[in-house]
Design a protein around this ligand. Structure first.
Ligand SMILES: CSC[C@H]1O[C@H](OP(=O)(O)O)[C@H](O)[C@@H]1O
Length: 251
């Protein structure tokens, strides 16, 4: 089973049937099913985009997908570019991350089992290859690199971006802890980032309108990538994700 986690502006592009509430021990998650494509849609900010990045219940969302039998997740994130060659309107595929979040519940293993998962490859290598093949086949421009996650909901300062750009290539507010929580539950996770702006300091002020305008321009390409990802003929998983807990638990 595949799930798409939609970010800013995606609820206008993808639509499932009616919303379902999935109860979990971490709280409620809201999903939609696209029965034709046999895929689960989850809009992390809510269909009405009324949940800010620092208040998203990431654990309930990821746990709900696991409960529904999801094995593979395509997350869609919007990011600001911290490098000149990564231009607004391009796609970006994270291969690693650095996070500067502050108040997020970032693990399922707070009590009981002590678990230290390996994150030498935080994003599923098999799904990253599928995503790159889709982008290359469609001649959609993209870059790969490091995603820096900030707490939000404010944008970053110029000085913060001067520091962050030494560690990474794009900046967002939702990529973490989603990627880690998925690995803790041995699900494959890949992120398709929409580069919506240059980060603070590389351009003048940042506006939500600018982000939404670029997403509108990218809408068709985003939809194309999602459709081809969903239709991809996935075989048996042969990646590190499915056995993430194998050597990670202190017995
Ligand atoms: C309106 S830009 C800031 C907003 O957009 C991004 O969300 P997502 O990654 O879910 O598309 C960013 O993380 C902020 O939540």
């Amino acid at each position: 089973m595949i799930a798409i986690i939609g970010g800013t502006g995606i609820a206008n592009i993808l639509r499932g049937d009616k919303e379902e509430i999935i109860e979990t021990k971490y709280g409620k998650a809201k999903i939609m099913r696209d029965k034709d494509l046999d895929v689960i849609l989850l809009f992390r900010h809510g269909v009405e985009h009324n949940i800010p990045p620092h208040k998203i219940n990431y654990r309930a969302n990821i746990y709900a997908l696991k409960k529904l039998g999801v094995e593979r997740i395509l997350a869609i994130n919007s990011v600001g570019s911290m490098k000149e060659h990564i231009k607004p309107g391009m796609f970006f595929i994270p291969i690693d991350f650095v996070e500067f979040t502050k108040k997020r519940e970032e693990t399922f293993y707070d009590y009981g089992k002590v678990v230290h998962i390996d994150l030498s490859e935080p994003y599923c290598p098999e799904l990253r290859e599928v995503l790159e093949n889709i982008l290359n086949k469609n001649n959609f421009e993209y870059e790969k690199g490091v995603y820096v996650c900030t707490e939000g909901p404010r944008f970053e300062t110029k000085r913060e971006i001067e520091i962050y750009r030494k560690f990474g290539d794009v900046v967002g507010m939702t990529g973490y802890p989603e990627v880690v929580l998925a690995r803790e539950l041995e699900m494959c996770y890949v992120s398709l980032c929409n580069v919506t702006n240059y980060a603070c300091g590389l351009q003048k002020c940042l506006t939500v309108k600018e982000v939404l305008d670029i997403l509108k321009e990218m809408e068709e390409r985003i939809l194309k990538v999602v459709e081809e990802f969903i239709k991809y003929n996935f075989k048996e998983r042969n990646c590190i994700c499915k056995d993430a807990l194998k050597y990670a638990v202190i017995e």
